[in-house]
Each structure stands twice: as structure tokens, then as C-alpha cells.
Write a protein that binds this ligand. Structure first.
Ligand code: CTP
Length: 442
């Protein structure tokens, strides 16, 4: 009996897949189909697969062409499978020509002709209208966000508008997108807006974009003011538009796993979170930061992410201790947040350097993420007995913005999406305390 094996994602099963499976089956007597697991796809950078592993396996089964279906879970598995299942022929479509020649040491390798004019990527793009993303503001990370749209099917960077027209034009030219001379032109050029502005200007810009019928993605908090934050949220609800104050770390595979692990009770009851974030960029002059810049405004989105997700948003008190520049912007802040049954402490710094770690302390053990924790690709859980330590490795791709964009798109394309803004509101409450009490200054 001649055994044939083939592999693929098989997302949104299409005629190209069916032709491939038919031709693969015709090469022998018994066809094994390897379907990539969700984690394996994520680890190799294929992050916008629409269907789950179960759905994709069911679709392969329904073709009636596979004699056996297995999951492909790690790089290097193909050799192991070929040996394990005593495979005679390995086959894939001609888009992979040459890529699997290394398997010739183990079995025959056949590249079958690919069906022209169809792919899962194309179906994913066509299933929803491509969202044109306009970038408001020219400062970084605007450029990096534009670059990352290239990795997300269904979203396309369309245009940029900046009050500094020259800088806006320069960014547009560099990224080959449209430079808009006016806000009206800008709104005409896009369906969704990425807002990149100082915190005191953000809420007005968000409201303006929502009033113009645009979905809004913004980095960091919506505002430093509770009332303005609520107004943005209400307006988005009224207009049935997506408002998303994204923190890219939240959607990294490693960070998502970390939260799930803690919520499963592995560390017992969480009693303390200690989190730091600092950045030193030689091209920045931190002495010139204005009152509405500074380390807390820049970094609070990140440091509040684990604190509010794991301890809740109902804090009893928050205290800040800051070192300010001559304009009143904090170059370093240390803070304490008290909850009824836990405590959190944090450090943020711009133009200052400290260990950017995250430590989550529970009654059974603790979780440690080394610097830079916000680029979560590795963490450990540790217990009294050192032998119980477990290490976890994850990967994220590129600058990471692609993960929040996929989530933004998902929210845009999900009918009746019910957002949870409790973290946004708690952040605004915390920032009001920071605005009001810049008194613990050193
Ligand atoms: N395939 C094919 N003809 C197509 C599309 C895919 O023969 N038009 C083959 C691939 O060469 C591979 C198998 O089908 O052997 C599974 O491919 P997969 O990557 O799941 O499908 P794509 O449509 O190429 O998916 P994507 O666009 O996500 O890369």
C-alpha cells in the first residue's frame, strides 16, 4: 500500500484545497492530511487564520478524501511523521517548490500544480470589505503601525494627516500612502482612524473621528479625564462604531497565555503585582517634554494592563511619587495601588533606566517575566521548591501591532460586539488622581 502525506492550514476550504487533496490521493492508496494547529500557525507568523483547528479538520474530513487526519504542531514534525506512518510520498502544492527537498532523504517528494486564482488569504480579504486605516499624527509609532498593516489581511493603511503638514507629507511619501491637506480630506480617505496624539488632545480627536463615522484605534488611554473617557465610550456606542484603546502586549500569544495560566489558579490567590517600564531614547530630549507628556501618560496603558486584568479595576486608592522636569512632565514615577485584598506597585521612566520586569505574586507561587516584559516572549512560574519551576517560551512577530490590528478588525467585523471598557475607565480614574496630586514630587 502506497502511503501519501500532505500538510496545510485549510482555512476556509476552497477548490484549490480540494484539487490538491484529490491529486494527492491519486498519487497512492492511503492519504494522510496534516492540518496545522492554531499555535503552530501563530508561531510561524500566520496569525489571521479564521477557523479553529477543529473546524478546519472537519472541513478536510467532509471532502471524504483523507483516510487519516493528524494535527501538525511543531517545526520538524514532518520527518517524524514520515517515519512514524511509514510514508512513501510527501506532497504539497507548487507554491512550495524546492522548500521540502530536504525530505527526499526520507521519502519521495512531489510538488503538485497549484490551482490558479484562489487562496485562503484572498477569501479572507474578500469576506469583509478592506478597512482603510488613516493615521492621525506623524510621530512614531505611526510609521511602524503603517508597516504592520501589510501583515493583516483586511486592513490597509490609506492616508496620513498631521497638523505639522511637512512631517505628515514626509511620512506619507516614505510609506507610499496619501498625505491629506485637511481633516475633511482625511476623513474621506479612510474608514477607520489610528489616533496618535498627546493625552490632553486625544478625547476631542476621538470624538471628532466618531462623529465622522470612523472606527477608532488609539494607543494607550482614551483620555486622562474620566468624564471625557465616558463621553468617548458613549458616543462610540451611540454611533455603533468600534473604539479601541489597544495595548499591543494584551494580544501577544505569550501574554495571553500568562493571564490564562494565572486565572486558572496555578499561583493561588494573587496578592501583589510589581511592574516596571522604562525607556531611554537618545534621539529624544526629555527636558522638553510638556505637562501632557511624560512617563505615566506614555506607559500607563502597559503597566495597568496586568494590574487591572488580574486584580480588577475596583481599586481603593492610588498614590504617585514623581520626579518632574521643569515643565511638570514626569520623567520617573513610582506608584502604589491598593485593592481590598491585594497591592500593586509600578515604576515608569522616560530618559531613565530600570529593570522592566513583571512579578506576579500569589499564595502558591509567583510568575516572573524578565525585561522587557511588555514584549512577552518568555516567562517562568516559580514555587518554594525550585524543581517545580516551569519555563514558557512564546514568540510574537514584527513590532507586535499586527496583533492589536487583527483584534480591531475582528471587532469591526463582529456584529453586536459588546466591548468592556472597565479598564479604560479605571485608567482615567487613576490618571485623574495623577493630574490632581502632583505633589509627591522629588
Ligand atoms: N493549494 C493549492 N492551490 C491553491 C491554494 C492552496 O494547490 N490555490 C495547496 C497548497 O499548495 C497546499 C495546500 O493547498 O499544499 C494547503 O494550502 P494552504 O496554505 O492551507 O492554502 P492557501 O489557500 O495557500 O492558504 P493561505 O492563503 O492562507 O496561505
Amino acid at each position: 500500500m502506497k502511503k501519501v502525506i500532505t500538510y496545510g492550514t485549510y482555512d476556509m476550504m476552497h477548490v484549490g484545497h480540494i484539487n490538491l487533496l484529490k491529486n494527492a490521493k491519486a498519487l497512492g492508496d492511503y492519504l494522510i492530511v496534516g492540518v496545522t494547529s492554531d499555535e503552530f500557525d501563530i508561531s510561524r507568523g500566520k496569525i489571521d487564520v479564521r477557523q479553529s483547528l477543529t473546524e478546519r479538520i472537519n472541513a478536510v474530513r467532509e471532502t471524504g478524501l483523507a483516510d487519516e487526519i493528524i494535527a501538525e504542531e511543531y517545526e520538524g514534525q514532518k520527518i517524524a511523521d514520515i517515519i512514524k506512518y511509514d510514508v512513501d510520498i510527501f506532497t504539497v502544492g507548487s507554491d512550495w517548490v524546492g522548500k521540502f527537498d530536504y525530505l527526499k532523504d526520507f521519502c519521495q517528494v512531489v510538488y503538485l500544480p497549484r490551482t490558479e486564482g484562489i487562496s485562503s488569504t484572498q477569501i479572507r480579504e474578500e469576506s469583509n470589505k478592506t478597512v482603510r486605516l488613516g493615521v492621525y499624527g506623524h510621530k512614531e509609532p505611526a510609521g511602524r503601525v503603517v508597516d504592520e498593516t501589510a501583515f493583516v489581511s483586511g486592513i490597509k493603511a490609506s492616508s496620513v494627516y498631521s497638523e505639522d503638514a511637512e512631517a505628515g507629507k514626509a511620512l506619507a511619501e516614505k510609506k507610499s500612502i496619501e498625505a491629506c491637506g485637511s481633516v475633511e480630506e482625511f476623513y474621506d480617505s479612510c474608514d477607520a482612524v489610528y489616533i496618535n496624539a498627546n493625552i490632553n488632545e486625544r478625547a476631542d480627536l476621538i470624538k471628532d473621528a466618531l462623529k465622522n463615522g470612523k472606527h477608532v484605534l488609539c494607543e494607550g488611554p482614551l483620555s486622562n479625564d474620566e468624564k471625557a473617557t465616558s463621553e468617548c465610550i458613549e458616543l462610540a456606542k451611540e454611533k455603533k462604531l468600534v473604539l479601541f484603546d489597544a495595548i499591543k502586549t494584551e494580544f501577544f500569544p505569550g501574554y495571553k497565555h500568562l493571564e490564562l495560566l494565572i486565572k486558572s489558579g496555578k499561583l493561588g490567590e494573587i496578592k501583589d503585582i510589581d511592574v516596571s517600564f522604562s525607556q531611554q531614547d537618545a534621539s529624544q530630549n526629555y527636558d522638553e517634554m510638556t505637562r501632557y507628556e511624560g512617563s505615566i501618560y506614555d506607559m500607563c496603558g502597559f503597566i495597568f494592563l496586568p494590574i487591572f486584568h488580574l486584580l480588577g479595576t475596583d481599586f481603593e486608592s492610588i498614590d504617585f511619587y514623581s520626579s518632574l522636569n521643569s515643565n511638570g512632565a514626569d520623567i520617573y514615577t513610582r506608584g502604589l495601588i491598593k485593592f481590598s485584598n491585594a497591592i500593586a506597585s509600578f515604576r515608569t521612566g522616560l530618559g531613565i533606566k530600570t529593570e522592566g520586569q513583571l512579578i506576579i505574586t500569589g499564595t502558591k507561587g509567583y510568575l516572573y517575566v524578565p525585561a522587557p516584559w511588555w514584549k512577552t516572549d518568555y516567562f517562568e512560574i516559580r514555587f518554594e521548591d525550585l524543581r517545580d519551576t516551569k519555563k514558557y517560551f512564546w514568540q510574537y512577530e514584527g513590532e507586535g501591532f499586527r496583533y492589536e490590528m487583527i483584534e480591531f478588525l475582528r471587532r469591526i467585523n463582529t456584529e453586536k460586539y459588546e466591548p468592556d471598557f472597565s479598564r479604560s475607565l479605571a485608567t482615567a480614574k487613576a490618571l485623574e488622581a495623577f493630574n490632581d496630586h502632583r505633589e509627591n514630587v522629588f
